[in-house]
Ligand binder design. Structure first.
Ligand SMILES: Cc1cc2nc3c(=O)[nH]c(=O)nc-3n(C[C@H](O)[C@H](O)[C@H](O)COP(=O)(O)OP(=O)(O)OC[C@H]3O[C@@H](n4cnc5c(N)ncnc54)[C@H](O)[C@@H]3O)c2cc1C
Length: 419
C-alpha cells in the first residue's frame, strides 16, 4: 500500500499530526498498534483530560526549561488559545481552573479523543488499527513500514509513538528503536512526573493522606529547585502534583546508585516561621488544656500532626499550655522545613511522562523534520521533551503534532509542484 504521509501512533500527537497533514489534501494513513486511538489520552486528568494550560506560548515554553527554546516555534504555530478554539469549534466547551489548568467543561477525555479521531476521518485519513509497526527502512523512494499484517510505502513518516511510561497503553519505546535505526541519537529515557521513594519509612504510616498547598525544594549541584502545590504520602514515599513536578526537575540526578537527594517540605508556606510561632503561642494561651497534637490538627491533617510531634520529639498528648519555647521552635522547624531523603522513584512504567527520547538537537524546531533523514518527522513525547503537571504535556503534543503534520504536507506539495 502506498501513501503520501504515514503517521505512526494514534495518540494525541499522532492524531493532531494526521488532522493537519490531511487538511493539506495529502493522502494520510495512521498506523496504530492498539485496537483504538488514544488509550493513554483516555486516562489523562483522571479521565477529565487537562488538555492545555491557559498561558501564552512564551510562558508555556518557559515551563519546559531548557527545552523551551526548541518548543517555542511550534507553540506559536498552534498555541493554547488555538487549541481551545479548535475544540470549542467542534462542540467542546472548556473551563479554566484557578491554577490555569484547562479541562472540558462538561465532558471528558473520551470526547477529546473522539473529536480528534472523527476530525481526522472526516478529512480523509485512513486508520489501520491492531498494526504494530515492526521496522521502518528508508530508501530513495521513501519509507518502507512493516507492520504485523501489511507493508506501507510512504513518502513522509511522522513518528508519534510516545515514550515508555504506562506501556500497557501501547507506548513501549518502539519509536526510539526506529529513530536510532534511522540514524538518530536517543537520550536515555528516565521517569518524570513520578512518585518519589524516600529513605524514611514514616511516610508509609500516612499513605493516602494529602497536604495542600505545600512548597518543596531540593538543592542539586548548587542549584535550588522548588515546586509548589498539593502532595500525598504513599506506601514508598511521596507523590501528588508538587512531588511529581519535583521528580521531573530531579530526573537527571535520581537513580544514580546509592545517591540520595535531600529535600525539604514547607507544610505551611502561608505563614512565615515567626507568624507560625506566634500562632502556636496564641493557641497555647487560649486553649492551654488542649493537647498539642490537637492544636496542630487545626493547621494540618491529624495523622500528620502526630508525626510532626514525633519528629520534633514533642509529646503530642501533653497540654499546649506546657509547651516550652524550645519545643515550640522545634515544631515550627519541622512544619516549615521537614527533611526527607529521596533515594529513587517509582518505576518508569508508573511515570506520567518520559524524560529523554529522540534528541532535540537532530530535529528542526521550525518544521519537526529530522535534520538527519529528510522526510522523517517527529511529534509528541517520543521527542526528548517533558513538561510539568497542568496540561503542558498535551499542549506540547498538540503543537508539535500540528507542526509536523503541516510541515510534512507542505514538503510533499512543494515536491509535487516542482516535478
Ligand atoms: C495517567 C496519566 C495521566 C495523564 N494526564 C495528563 C493530563 O491531564 N494532561 C497532560 O497534559 N498530560 C497528561 N499525561 C501525559 C500525556 O498523556 C502524554 O504526554 C501524551 O499522551 C503523549 O502523547 P503521544 O501522542 O506523544 O504518545 P501516546 O499517547 O503514548 O501515544 C502513542 C501511540 O503510539 C502507538 N504506538 C507505539 N508504538 C507503536 C508501533 N510500533 N506501531 C504502531 N503504533 C505504536 C501507541 O499504541 C499509542 O497509541 C498523562 C499521562 C498519564 C500516563
Amino acid at each position: 500500500m502506498k501513501t503520501g504521509i504515514c503517521v505512526i501512533g494514534a495518540g494525541p500527537a499522532g492524531l493532531m499530526a494526521a488532522i493537519h497533514a490531511a487538511a493539506g489534501q495529502t493522502p494520510t494513513w495512521v498506523v496504530e498498534a492498539n485496537a483504538a486511538a488514544g488509550r493513554k489520552l483516555l486516562l489523562t486528568g483522571g479521565g477529565r483530560c487537562n488538555f492545555t494550560h491557559a498561558a501564552d506560548p512564551r510562558e508555556l515554553a518557559n515551563a519546559f526549561g531548557k527545552a523551551g527554546r526548541f518548543l517555542r516555534h511550534s507553540l506559536y504555530e498552534f498555541s493554547p488559545n488555538e487549541v481551545r478554539k479548535f475544540f470549542r469549534s467542534r462542540g467542546l466547551a472548556d473551563a479554566v481552573e484557578p491554577d490555569g489548568c484547562v479541562f472540558p467543561a462538561h465532558r471528558g477525555a473520551a470526547d477529546v479523543r473522539d473529536i480528534l479521531a472523527n476530525e481526522a476521518q472526516k478529512l480523509g485519513t485512513h486508520f489501520r488499527y491492531r498494526a504494530r509497526v515492526r521496522t521502518i527502512a528508508a530508501d530513495d523512494e521513501g519509507f518502507r513500514i512493516d507492520t504485523e499484517s501489511r507493508k506501507v510505502l510512504a513518502e513522509r513518516v511522522i513518528l508519534a509513538t510516545g515514550g515508555v511510561s504506562w506501556p500497557q497503553t501501547g507506548s513501549q519505546g518502539d519509536g526510539y528503536t526506529f529513530a536510532a535505526q534511522l540514524g538518530h541519537t536517543v537520550v536515555p529515557p528516565k521517569p518524570a512526573l513520578v512518585p518519589l521513594v524516600t529513605r524514611e519509612t514514616w511516610p508509609q504510616e500516612l499513605a493516602g493522606i494529602s497536604l495542600s498547598g505545600v512548597r518543596l525544594w531540593a538543592t542539586v549541584h548548587g542549584r535550588k529547585l522548588a515546586t509548589a502545590g498539593n502532595m500525598l504520602f504513599t506506601c514508598n514515599g511521596i507523590g501528588g502534583p508538587a512531588v511529581l513536578d519535583l521528580s521531573r526537575l530531579l530526573a537527571d540526578d535520581l537513580g544514580e546508585k546509592g545517591a540520595g537527594i535531600d529535600i525539604g517540605i514547607d507544610a505551611l508556606p502561608a505563614l512565615d516561621p515567626s507568624q507560625l510561632d506566634q500562632r502556636l503561642q496564641q493557641e497555647g494561651r487560649t486553649h492551654s488544656k488542649k493537647a498539642i497534637a490537637n492544636i496542630l490538627s487545626e493547621l494540618v491533617p491529624r495523622q500528620f500532626a502526630r508525626i510532626v510531634c514525633r519528629l520534633a520529639q514533642c509529646d503530642g498528648d501533653s497540654q499546649a499550655g506546657q509547651l516550652s519555647a524550645e519545643k515550640r521552635r522545634q515544631l515550627v522547624r519541622v512544619l516549615k522545613s521537614l527533611p526527607l531523603c529521596v533515594t529513587g522513584t517509582e518505576p518508569i512504567a508508573k511515570a506520567t511522562v518520559t524524560h529523554g527520547g529522540v534528541s532535540r538537537e537532530e530535529i528542526d524546531p521550525r518544521t519537526m523534520e529530522s535534520k538527519i533523514r529528510p522526510g522523517l518527522f517527529f511529534a509528541g513525547e517520543v521527542i526528548d521533551l517533558d513538561g510539568p503537571c497542568g496540561g503542558y504535556n498535551l499542549q506540547m503534543c498538540w503543537s508539535t503534532g500540528a507542526l509536523a503534520g503541516r510541515s510534512a504536507a507542505r514538503t510533499l506539495l512543494s515536491k509535487d509542484a516542482s516535478t
